[in-house]
Design a protein around this ligand. Structure first.
Ligand code: URA
Length: 431
């Protein structure tokens, strides 16, 4: 196939054939299409889009580039939750232990950070010794032991997405509905789960900036999920402002741990309880959502869910004590406090700007080769809607780099205003 002709077709906005889409995914996975040609096609797709048939074809083509995990030895209702990507999003680390403690089997594959957003696999590397590269058998063994496991994509699982995801991250080609649908759903379909909850983020820090785009993405994901026999629900959630108070890697794991101990911020508690309640109803543990959510929130506040988190981390070889002794293990050379210059309410904290700032501090990658500073990040002492007084610390930056914070901190990061804004976390639930 002449790949330059394929590039030219998409550049003109023409529909690609199933054969052309298969060729792109399989040959790029094999390494026969160079990065520069793949990047050109990805950019053309971002600009011209993919139609429904092309998205389905791309999803199936991705799936065909690796093995499937049939999970035949895992008995019980198997669930998974995935986020389309957000800033401060440590939901999986809270959702997983909640579902596991009710007896659901959490069988999850996660990704690394992408653009301004963080990734669960990077966060889990906070635990020394933790391995997320598990064979099919080891994955099932961990689930059978602790009701929960999280793995990463190895080269034999959806290889095309693994390689294209990394390329999109550094070529400005993430925010395409078609590419996001294929990337997420291919990773969901290779695991033979029963129930699936997708947290579709909407707003400044998300890839979908408004509800219309988010609903379009959600509808494609629902269609593909149902075609594959999954009980699928999509939560549309607010990502104008970061989720919770911590942004980074170890700092987010610490916040997830604190949340499981019963000391989480309200927005994170609500989002995790909603996601878990959906799965618990899907799995038949509760008959209705409201009862499930109430039970989860009560137990979450009591700190009842921390044990399954520890068991899961230890079953995958991680040293859990690092997070129990966070202050000793995650220090940075530089710590800068940013203070309020007037009284008022936090009108908004811009999730996108905060994600980019966290990346500058060392918590995210700018090139494929970058290594992360696990201790780098941001802690928001105040969240959207909080009252502040002049001189209060708004947020603290942690980094091992020298931070030229005056040039990094701009008016775009946050605003303080006289009136308390209305902000809700769950915008809608689609099924
Ligand atoms: N998460 C994914 O797995 N893929 C995307 O493209 C975006 C978010």
């Amino acid at each position: 196939m002449n790949f330059v002709q394929v590039l030219n077709k998409k550049k003109q906005g023409l529909e690609l054939t199933t054969e052309e889409i298969n060729y792109f995914a399989t040959e790029y996975a094999k390494g026969t299409i160079p990065d520069y040609q793949a990047s050109a096609l990805l950019m053309a797709i971002c600009i011209k889009g993919l139609n429904e048939r092309e998205i389905l074809d791309l999803t199936q083509a991705y799936v065909s580039t690796g093995d499937k995990y049939m999970l035949e030895n895992v008995k019980g209702y198997k669930v998974d939750k995935h986020s389309t990507g957000g800033v401060g999003d440590k939901t999986s680390l809270v959702y997983g232990p909640i579902c596991a403690s009710y007896g659901l089997k959490v069988c999850k594959m996660s990704g690394r950070g992408l653009a301004q957003t963080g990734g669960t696999i990077d966060k889990l590397e906070t635990f020394p010794g933790m391995t997320t590269e598990l064979s099919d058998k080891a994955f099932q063994d961990v689930i059978n032991k602790t009701n929960m496991s999280i793995i990463q994509q190895t080269s034999n699982i959806v290889l095309a997405d693994k390689k294209i995801y990394a390329l999109r991250d550094v070529t400005g080609t993430v925010d395409s509905i078609g590419l996001i649908t294929a990337s997420i759903m291919s990773k969901k379909l290779v695991l033979n789960n029963d129930g699936l909850v997708i947290d579709c983020k909407v707003g400044k820090g998300a890839f979908m900036k408004d509800l219309k785009e988010a609903k379009e993405l959600s509808n494609y994901m629902i269609k593909i999920g149902k075609m594959a026999g999954r009980d699928i629900a999509i939560m549309l959630t607010n990502m104008n402002t970061p989720l919770g108070k911590a942004i980074g890697n170890a700092i987010e794991v610490k916040e997830a741990y604190d949340t499981l101990l019963g000391n989480g911020p309200d927005d994170l508690n609500e989002l995790c309880a909603t996601a878990a309640a959906i799965s618990l109803v899907q799995g038949g543990i509760f008959k209705d959502f409201k009862t499930a959510e109430k039970d989860v929130l009560t137990k979450l506040k009591n700190g009842d869910f921390v044990k399954p988190f520890k068991e899961f981390v230890e079953a995958q070889g991680g040293d859990f004590s690092v997070i129990e002794n966070y202050d000793k293990n995650f220090t940075t050379k530089n710590k800068i406090e940013i203070k309020a210059d007037k009284d008022g309410f936090i009108e908004y904290i811009d999730a996108n700007e905060m994600g980019l700032l966290a990346m500058e501090l060392g918590a995210g990658r700018k090139t494929k080769e970058d290594t992360l500073d696990l201790a780098a990040g941001i802690y928001l002492e105040k969240q959207t809607g909080d009252a502040v007084k002049k001189g209060d610390v708004l947020f603290t930056l942690y980094s091992n780099k020298v931070i030229d914070y005056k040039s990094e901190i701009s008016d775009k990061l946050f605003t303080i205003n006289k009136t308390k804004p209305n902000s809700k976390i769950i915008l809608d639930i689609l099924q």
